[in-house]
Design a protein around this ligand. Structure first.
Ligand SMILES: [Zn+2]
Length: 439
Protein backbone atom coordinates (compact mmCIF):
# COMPACT_ATOMS: atom_id res chain seq x y z
CA UNK A 1 0.00 0.00 0.00
CA UNK A 2 2.88 2.39 0.86
CA UNK A 3 4.47 1.80 -2.55
CA UNK A 4 1.17 2.51 -4.30
CA UNK A 5 0.76 5.77 -2.34
CA UNK A 6 4.28 6.94 -3.32
CA UNK A 7 3.68 6.11 -7.03
CA UNK A 8 0.34 7.96 -6.95
CA UNK A 9 2.06 11.03 -5.39
CA UNK A 10 4.77 11.02 -8.09
CA UNK A 11 2.10 10.82 -10.79
CA UNK A 12 0.29 13.85 -9.35
CA UNK A 13 3.58 15.86 -9.27
CA UNK A 14 4.35 14.91 -12.88
CA UNK A 15 0.83 15.84 -14.03
CA UNK A 16 1.04 19.28 -12.41
CA UNK A 17 4.46 19.84 -13.99
CA UNK A 18 3.16 18.91 -17.45
CA UNK A 19 0.16 21.25 -17.08
CA UNK A 20 2.51 24.11 -16.06
CA UNK A 21 4.83 23.49 -19.02
CA UNK A 22 1.90 23.23 -21.46
CA UNK A 23 0.52 26.62 -20.41
CA UNK A 24 3.87 28.49 -20.59
CA UNK A 25 5.20 27.01 -23.87
CA UNK A 26 2.71 28.65 -26.31
CA UNK A 27 3.60 32.10 -24.93
CA UNK A 28 7.29 31.58 -25.75
CA UNK A 29 6.46 30.29 -29.25
CA UNK A 30 4.18 33.26 -29.94
CA UNK A 31 6.97 35.57 -28.83
CA UNK A 32 9.39 33.80 -31.23
CA UNK A 33 7.06 34.14 -34.21
CA UNK A 34 6.57 37.86 -33.62
CA UNK A 35 10.27 38.42 -33.31
CA UNK A 36 10.91 36.58 -36.55
CA UNK A 37 8.02 38.47 -38.13
CA UNK A 38 6.82 35.37 -39.97
CA UNK A 39 3.11 36.12 -40.44
CA UNK A 40 1.62 32.62 -40.96
CA UNK A 41 2.42 31.05 -37.56
CA UNK A 42 1.44 34.31 -35.78
CA UNK A 43 -1.93 34.22 -37.52
CA UNK A 44 -2.38 30.60 -36.47
CA UNK A 45 -1.71 31.39 -32.83
CA UNK A 46 -3.73 34.57 -32.74
CA UNK A 47 -6.42 33.15 -34.98
CA UNK A 48 -6.42 36.12 -37.35
CA UNK A 49 -5.55 35.20 -40.98
CA UNK A 50 -4.75 38.79 -42.02
CA UNK A 51 -1.88 40.22 -40.01
CA UNK A 52 -2.46 43.87 -39.13
CA UNK A 53 0.37 46.42 -39.49
CA UNK A 54 0.92 46.19 -35.72
CA UNK A 55 2.12 42.61 -36.23
CA UNK A 56 5.14 43.97 -38.16
CA UNK A 57 8.01 44.72 -35.80
CA UNK A 58 8.86 48.39 -35.54
CA UNK A 59 12.42 47.89 -34.27
CA UNK A 60 15.26 47.32 -36.80
CA UNK A 61 16.38 43.68 -36.86
CA UNK A 62 19.97 43.02 -35.74
CA UNK A 63 20.86 41.68 -39.23
CA UNK A 64 20.97 45.25 -40.62
CA UNK A 65 23.85 44.76 -43.19
CA UNK A 66 21.64 42.41 -45.21
CA UNK A 67 19.34 45.34 -45.86
CA UNK A 68 22.17 47.45 -47.39
CA UNK A 69 20.92 47.73 -50.97
CA UNK A 70 24.40 48.73 -52.23
CA UNK A 71 26.42 45.92 -50.63
CA UNK A 72 26.79 43.81 -53.79
CA UNK A 73 27.62 46.84 -55.97
CA UNK A 74 30.15 48.08 -53.40
CA UNK A 75 31.80 44.66 -53.04
CA UNK A 76 32.24 44.44 -56.82
CA UNK A 77 33.75 47.93 -56.89
CA UNK A 78 36.07 47.20 -53.94
CA UNK A 79 37.46 44.08 -55.65
CA UNK A 80 38.26 46.24 -58.70
CA UNK A 81 39.71 49.00 -56.48
CA UNK A 82 41.97 46.52 -54.65
CA UNK A 83 43.42 45.34 -57.99
CA UNK A 84 43.92 48.95 -59.13
CA UNK A 85 45.75 49.81 -55.91
CA UNK A 86 47.93 46.67 -56.27
CA UNK A 87 48.79 47.85 -59.82
CA UNK A 88 49.89 51.32 -58.64
CA UNK A 89 46.76 53.06 -60.04
CA UNK A 90 46.25 55.26 -56.97
CA UNK A 91 44.69 58.37 -58.53
CA UNK A 92 42.53 56.20 -60.78
CA UNK A 93 41.28 54.17 -57.78
CA UNK A 94 40.39 57.29 -55.80
CA UNK A 95 38.59 58.80 -58.81
CA UNK A 96 36.62 55.56 -59.26
CA UNK A 97 35.48 55.59 -55.62
CA UNK A 98 34.61 59.30 -55.70
CA UNK A 99 32.56 58.84 -58.88
CA UNK A 100 30.12 56.67 -56.87
CA UNK A 101 29.26 58.65 -53.72
CA UNK A 102 26.24 56.43 -52.97
CA UNK A 103 28.68 53.57 -52.17
CA UNK A 104 30.74 55.58 -49.67
CA UNK A 105 31.27 53.97 -46.26
CA UNK A 106 34.15 53.11 -43.92
CA UNK A 107 35.44 50.49 -46.39
CA UNK A 108 35.72 52.95 -49.30
CA UNK A 109 37.25 55.55 -46.95
CA UNK A 110 39.92 53.00 -45.96
CA UNK A 111 40.77 52.37 -49.64
CA UNK A 112 41.17 56.12 -50.30
CA UNK A 113 43.44 56.38 -47.27
CA UNK A 114 45.49 53.38 -48.44
CA UNK A 115 45.83 54.76 -52.00
CA UNK A 116 46.97 58.15 -50.68
CA UNK A 117 49.48 56.55 -48.28
CA UNK A 118 50.98 54.35 -51.02
CA UNK A 119 51.12 57.26 -53.49
CA UNK A 120 53.02 59.43 -51.03
CA UNK A 121 55.52 56.60 -50.42
CA UNK A 122 56.54 56.42 -54.15
CA UNK A 123 60.09 57.48 -55.02
CA UNK A 124 61.49 58.88 -58.27
CA UNK A 125 63.16 56.08 -60.21
CA UNK A 126 66.65 56.90 -61.49
CA UNK A 127 67.89 53.42 -62.37
CA UNK A 128 68.06 51.58 -65.68
CA UNK A 129 65.15 50.83 -67.95
CA UNK A 130 65.16 47.12 -68.63
CA UNK A 131 63.92 45.26 -71.70
CA UNK A 132 64.17 41.51 -72.17
CA UNK A 133 62.77 39.47 -75.00
CA UNK A 134 61.82 35.97 -76.03
CA UNK A 135 60.69 34.18 -79.17
CA UNK A 136 57.84 31.65 -79.25
CA UNK A 137 58.35 29.23 -76.38
CA UNK A 138 59.19 25.57 -76.91
CA UNK A 139 56.36 23.47 -75.48
CA UNK A 140 57.77 20.04 -76.35
CA UNK A 141 61.61 20.14 -76.07
CA UNK A 142 61.87 16.58 -77.39
CA UNK A 143 60.40 17.80 -80.72
CA UNK A 144 62.39 21.07 -80.93
CA UNK A 145 65.72 19.61 -79.87
CA UNK A 146 65.77 16.56 -82.14
CA UNK A 147 69.00 17.29 -84.07
CA UNK A 148 67.15 18.06 -87.31
CA UNK A 149 68.05 21.12 -89.45
CA UNK A 150 66.33 23.53 -86.98
CA UNK A 151 67.71 22.02 -83.78
CA UNK A 152 70.46 24.63 -83.22
CA UNK A 153 68.26 27.57 -84.27
CA UNK A 154 65.79 26.63 -81.55
CA UNK A 155 68.52 25.85 -79.04
CA UNK A 156 70.24 29.22 -79.62
CA UNK A 157 67.24 31.58 -79.92
CA UNK A 158 64.33 30.04 -78.03
CA UNK A 159 63.45 29.45 -74.40
CA UNK A 160 61.13 26.67 -73.27
CA UNK A 161 57.81 26.98 -71.43
CA UNK A 162 59.51 25.46 -68.36
CA UNK A 163 62.26 28.09 -68.48
CA UNK A 164 59.79 30.96 -68.92
CA UNK A 165 57.65 29.76 -66.00
CA UNK A 166 60.76 29.62 -63.80
CA UNK A 167 61.85 33.13 -64.87
CA UNK A 168 58.62 35.01 -64.01
CA UNK A 169 58.67 34.42 -60.22
CA UNK A 170 62.42 35.22 -60.13
CA UNK A 171 61.81 38.57 -61.87
CA UNK A 172 58.92 39.25 -59.51
CA UNK A 173 60.99 38.44 -56.40
CA UNK A 174 63.84 40.65 -57.70
CA UNK A 175 61.47 43.65 -57.72
CA UNK A 176 60.83 43.92 -61.47
CA UNK A 177 57.53 45.44 -62.57
CA UNK A 178 56.14 45.10 -66.11
CA UNK A 179 56.22 48.53 -67.71
CA UNK A 180 55.04 50.28 -70.85
CA UNK A 181 56.70 52.96 -73.01
CA UNK A 182 53.53 55.05 -72.56
CA UNK A 183 54.78 55.83 -69.04
CA UNK A 184 58.27 56.73 -70.29
CA UNK A 185 57.83 58.88 -73.40
CA UNK A 186 55.10 60.72 -75.27
CA UNK A 187 55.23 62.06 -78.84
CA UNK A 188 53.15 65.10 -79.82
CA UNK A 189 51.43 65.68 -83.19
CA UNK A 190 54.72 67.01 -84.62
CA UNK A 191 56.63 63.94 -83.46
CA UNK A 192 58.44 65.79 -80.65
CA UNK A 193 59.32 63.52 -77.73
CA UNK A 194 58.66 64.39 -74.08
CA UNK A 195 60.22 62.08 -71.50
CA UNK A 196 58.41 61.45 -68.24
CA UNK A 197 59.64 60.89 -64.70
CA UNK A 198 58.95 57.43 -63.30
CA UNK A 199 57.73 56.98 -59.73
CA UNK A 200 57.71 53.52 -58.18
CA UNK A 201 57.79 52.02 -54.69
CA UNK A 202 61.39 51.86 -53.39
CA UNK A 203 63.16 48.74 -54.70
CA UNK A 204 60.94 48.25 -57.77
CA UNK A 205 62.50 48.27 -61.26
CA UNK A 206 60.67 48.76 -64.59
CA UNK A 207 61.04 46.00 -67.18
CA UNK A 208 59.54 45.66 -70.63
CA UNK A 209 59.09 42.15 -72.02
CA UNK A 210 58.68 41.50 -75.73
CA UNK A 211 58.06 38.46 -77.91
CA UNK A 212 59.47 38.42 -81.42
CA UNK A 213 58.01 36.73 -84.49
CA UNK A 214 54.62 35.83 -82.97
CA UNK A 215 53.73 34.47 -86.39
CA UNK A 216 54.08 30.73 -85.69
CA UNK A 217 55.92 30.26 -88.99
CA UNK A 218 55.39 27.23 -91.16
CA UNK A 219 58.97 26.00 -90.63
CA UNK A 220 58.12 25.54 -86.92
CA UNK A 221 55.23 23.10 -87.53
CA UNK A 222 55.78 19.70 -85.89
CA UNK A 223 58.72 21.11 -83.91
CA UNK A 224 56.99 21.41 -80.52
CA UNK A 225 55.57 24.95 -80.72
CA UNK A 226 51.98 26.21 -80.58
CA UNK A 227 50.11 26.43 -83.90
CA UNK A 228 48.56 29.87 -83.34
CA UNK A 229 46.99 32.22 -80.83
CA UNK A 230 43.24 31.82 -80.28
CA UNK A 231 40.37 32.96 -78.05
CA UNK A 232 38.58 30.22 -76.12
CA UNK A 233 34.87 29.93 -75.22
CA UNK A 234 35.49 31.89 -71.99
CA UNK A 235 36.87 34.79 -74.06
CA UNK A 236 40.44 34.21 -72.81
CA UNK A 237 43.59 34.34 -74.93
CA UNK A 238 45.03 30.84 -75.38
CA UNK A 239 47.14 28.91 -77.88
CA UNK A 240 45.99 26.17 -80.15
CA UNK A 241 48.58 23.42 -80.06
CA UNK A 242 48.86 19.99 -81.66
CA UNK A 243 50.15 17.45 -79.16
CA UNK A 244 52.82 14.90 -80.26
CA UNK A 245 50.04 12.28 -80.55
CA UNK A 246 48.23 14.50 -83.10
CA UNK A 247 45.36 15.61 -80.85
CA UNK A 248 44.55 19.33 -80.60
CA UNK A 249 44.42 21.33 -77.38
CA UNK A 250 43.58 24.97 -76.50
CA UNK A 251 46.11 25.77 -73.81
CA UNK A 252 46.92 28.58 -71.36
CA UNK A 253 50.47 27.17 -71.09
CA UNK A 254 51.77 26.97 -74.66
CA UNK A 255 53.31 30.44 -75.15
CA UNK A 256 54.39 33.56 -73.31
CA UNK A 257 51.27 35.71 -73.66
CA UNK A 258 48.70 33.46 -71.93
CA UNK A 259 51.31 32.37 -69.34
CA UNK A 260 52.12 35.99 -68.47
CA UNK A 261 48.40 36.88 -68.33
CA UNK A 262 47.85 34.09 -65.77
CA UNK A 263 50.88 35.15 -63.72
CA UNK A 264 49.66 38.78 -63.51
CA UNK A 265 46.19 37.54 -62.47
CA UNK A 266 47.93 35.81 -59.55
CA UNK A 267 50.41 38.64 -58.81
CA UNK A 268 48.73 41.88 -59.96
CA UNK A 269 51.54 44.03 -58.50
CA UNK A 270 53.92 42.52 -61.12
CA UNK A 271 52.25 44.88 -63.63
CA UNK A 272 52.40 48.69 -63.60
CA UNK A 273 48.88 49.92 -64.43
CA UNK A 274 48.03 46.68 -66.25
CA UNK A 275 51.04 46.66 -68.63
CA UNK A 276 51.96 43.22 -70.00
CA UNK A 277 54.41 43.28 -72.91
CA UNK A 278 54.98 43.74 -76.64
CA UNK A 279 54.11 41.26 -79.38
CA UNK A 280 56.22 41.75 -82.54
CA UNK A 281 54.88 40.66 -85.92
CA UNK A 282 56.35 40.28 -89.38
CA UNK A 283 53.96 40.16 -92.36
CA UNK A 284 55.22 37.61 -94.89
CA UNK A 285 53.30 34.69 -93.35
CA UNK A 286 50.31 36.57 -91.95
CA UNK A 287 49.94 37.07 -88.20
CA UNK A 288 49.49 35.06 -84.97
CA UNK A 289 49.69 31.73 -86.86
CA UNK A 290 47.05 32.60 -89.51
CA UNK A 291 48.84 32.67 -92.86
CA UNK A 292 46.20 34.63 -94.77
CA UNK A 293 48.82 35.52 -97.42
CA UNK A 294 48.25 32.02 -98.84
CA UNK A 295 44.44 32.24 -98.65
CA UNK A 296 41.71 33.84 -100.74
CA UNK A 297 37.99 34.69 -100.57
CA UNK A 298 35.94 33.82 -97.49
CA UNK A 299 38.75 31.79 -95.92
CA UNK A 300 41.09 34.79 -96.07
CA UNK A 301 38.40 37.14 -94.72
CA UNK A 302 37.75 34.78 -91.78
CA UNK A 303 41.48 34.49 -90.96
CA UNK A 304 41.90 38.27 -91.03
CA UNK A 305 38.80 38.72 -88.86
CA UNK A 306 40.24 36.25 -86.33
CA UNK A 307 43.58 38.13 -86.33
CA UNK A 308 41.69 41.39 -85.62
CA UNK A 309 39.85 39.72 -82.73
CA UNK A 310 43.17 38.45 -81.29
CA UNK A 311 44.85 41.86 -81.69
CA UNK A 312 41.93 43.54 -79.89
CA UNK A 313 42.06 40.94 -77.12
CA UNK A 314 45.83 41.37 -76.69
CA UNK A 315 45.42 45.13 -76.41
CA UNK A 316 42.52 44.79 -73.95
CA UNK A 317 44.75 42.53 -71.83
CA UNK A 318 47.51 45.20 -71.67
CA UNK A 319 49.68 44.10 -74.61
CA UNK A 320 51.15 46.31 -77.34
CA UNK A 321 51.91 45.24 -80.90
CA UNK A 322 55.13 46.14 -82.74
CA UNK A 323 56.31 46.02 -86.34
CA UNK A 324 59.12 43.48 -86.77
CA UNK A 325 59.53 44.34 -90.51
CA UNK A 326 57.38 42.76 -93.22
CA UNK A 327 60.05 40.55 -94.78
CA UNK A 328 62.63 39.87 -92.01
CA UNK A 329 65.12 39.86 -94.90
CA UNK A 330 68.71 38.78 -94.22
CA UNK A 331 69.89 42.10 -95.71
CA UNK A 332 68.87 43.64 -92.35
CA UNK A 333 71.57 41.63 -90.58
CA UNK A 334 74.17 41.93 -93.36
CA UNK A 335 73.39 45.67 -93.27
CA UNK A 336 73.14 45.73 -97.06
CA UNK A 337 69.49 46.81 -97.04
CA UNK A 338 68.99 50.33 -98.44
CA UNK A 339 66.81 53.17 -97.15
CA UNK A 340 64.33 52.88 -100.10
CA UNK A 341 64.03 49.13 -99.42
CA UNK A 342 63.20 49.84 -95.78
CA UNK A 343 60.57 52.36 -96.93
CA UNK A 344 58.94 49.67 -99.13
CA UNK A 345 59.10 47.10 -96.31
CA UNK A 346 57.47 49.56 -93.86
CA UNK A 347 54.65 50.37 -96.29
CA UNK A 348 53.87 46.68 -96.88
CA UNK A 349 53.69 46.06 -93.13
CA UNK A 350 51.49 49.13 -92.50
CA UNK A 351 49.14 48.25 -95.38
CA UNK A 352 48.69 44.60 -94.37
CA UNK A 353 49.51 43.91 -90.70
CA UNK A 354 48.96 47.51 -89.60
CA UNK A 355 45.44 47.42 -91.05
CA UNK A 356 44.68 44.42 -88.85
CA UNK A 357 46.40 45.29 -85.56
CA UNK A 358 45.92 49.07 -85.59
CA UNK A 359 48.37 51.93 -85.17
CA UNK A 360 51.71 51.42 -83.45
CA UNK A 361 54.86 53.47 -83.02
CA UNK A 362 56.89 50.44 -81.89
CA UNK A 363 59.57 48.91 -84.14
CA UNK A 364 61.41 45.78 -83.06
CA UNK A 365 64.10 45.48 -85.70
CA UNK A 366 64.69 42.09 -87.38
CA UNK A 367 67.93 40.42 -86.23
CA UNK A 368 68.27 43.32 -83.76
CA UNK A 369 69.52 45.52 -86.65
CA UNK A 370 70.17 49.18 -85.99
CA UNK A 371 71.26 52.02 -88.27
CA UNK A 372 72.09 55.66 -87.58
CA UNK A 373 71.74 56.91 -91.17
CA UNK A 374 68.89 57.48 -93.65
CA UNK A 375 67.63 53.96 -92.95
CA UNK A 376 66.75 54.90 -89.39
CA UNK A 377 65.00 58.01 -90.74
CA UNK A 378 62.73 55.73 -92.80
CA UNK A 379 61.50 54.05 -89.63
CA UNK A 380 60.71 57.41 -88.05
CA UNK A 381 59.01 58.68 -91.25
CA UNK A 382 56.73 55.63 -91.12
CA UNK A 383 55.70 56.52 -87.55
CA UNK A 384 58.00 54.09 -85.74
CA UNK A 385 59.39 56.39 -83.08
CA UNK A 386 60.47 53.75 -80.54
CA UNK A 387 63.16 51.49 -82.06
CA UNK A 388 64.22 48.39 -80.15
CA UNK A 389 67.41 46.65 -81.37
CA UNK A 390 69.21 43.83 -79.50
CA UNK A 391 72.11 44.34 -77.14
CA UNK A 392 72.48 42.89 -73.70
CA UNK A 393 73.73 46.17 -72.20
CA UNK A 394 70.48 47.79 -71.06
CA UNK A 395 71.07 51.24 -72.50
CA UNK A 396 68.70 53.66 -74.17
CA UNK A 397 68.88 56.80 -76.25
CA UNK A 398 66.42 59.61 -75.63
CA UNK A 399 66.24 61.43 -78.96
CA UNK A 400 64.11 64.47 -79.71
CA UNK A 401 62.00 62.54 -82.25
CA UNK A 402 62.77 58.92 -81.42
CA UNK A 403 63.72 56.71 -78.51
CA UNK A 404 66.05 53.72 -78.91
CA UNK A 405 66.11 51.01 -76.26
CA UNK A 406 68.34 47.93 -76.27
CA UNK A 407 66.79 44.57 -75.53
CA UNK A 408 68.48 41.60 -73.90
CA UNK A 409 67.73 38.19 -75.43
CA UNK A 410 66.66 35.37 -73.09
CA UNK A 411 67.51 32.12 -74.88
CA UNK A 412 70.01 29.27 -75.00
CA UNK A 413 72.83 31.64 -75.95
CA UNK A 414 72.43 33.82 -72.87
CA UNK A 415 71.10 31.28 -70.34
CA UNK A 416 73.74 28.61 -71.06
CA UNK A 417 76.67 30.31 -72.86
CA UNK A 418 76.50 33.79 -71.29
CA UNK A 419 74.64 33.55 -67.96
CA UNK A 420 76.73 36.52 -66.72
CA UNK A 421 74.64 38.78 -68.99
CA UNK A 422 71.53 37.84 -67.03
CA UNK A 423 72.73 38.19 -63.43
CA UNK A 424 70.76 41.43 -62.97
CA UNK A 425 67.59 39.48 -63.78
CA UNK A 426 68.02 35.98 -62.38
CA UNK A 427 70.43 33.13 -61.78
CA UNK A 428 70.27 31.26 -65.09
CA UNK A 429 71.44 28.01 -63.45
CA UNK A 430 68.07 27.93 -61.65
CA UNK A 431 66.19 28.33 -64.91
CA UNK A 432 67.71 26.15 -67.66
CA UNK A 433 65.37 23.33 -68.69
CA UNK A 434 66.69 19.84 -67.90
CA UNK A 435 65.26 18.82 -71.30
CA UNK A 436 67.58 21.26 -73.11
CA UNK A 437 70.44 19.08 -74.40
CA UNK A 438 74.10 20.12 -74.17
CA UNK A 439 75.12 22.44 -77.02
ZN1 LIG B 1 62.76 38.04 -85.67
Amino acid sequence: MKKQAILFFICIVCFVAIILLATTEPKELTQDFVENSTPTPTANVIGDPTPTPTDVPTSTPTAAPNLDPYKAERDTMLAKIDKMIAQYMYDEAIAEIQAKPHLANSETDARIQKANDLKSSLVKYDGKLYHIFFHSLVVYPELAFDYDSDHYTYWDYMATVTEFKRILPLLYEAGYVLFDYDYIVEFDANGKATYKDIYLPAGKKPVIISFDDVNYYEYMKDDGFADCLAINEKGDLVNKITRPDGTVEYSYEADGMPILNTFVDQYPDFSYKGAKGIVALTGYEGAFGYNYTKMSGAEKDAAIAECKRIADKLKADGWKIACHSYTHKSSFTTETITAPEIAVDNTRWLNEVGQIVGETNLYISPFGAYFTDARRDEWVKSGFTIIMPVYYIQDYYKGSTLMVHNRCNIDGITMVNHPERLTEFFDASKVVDEKRPAR
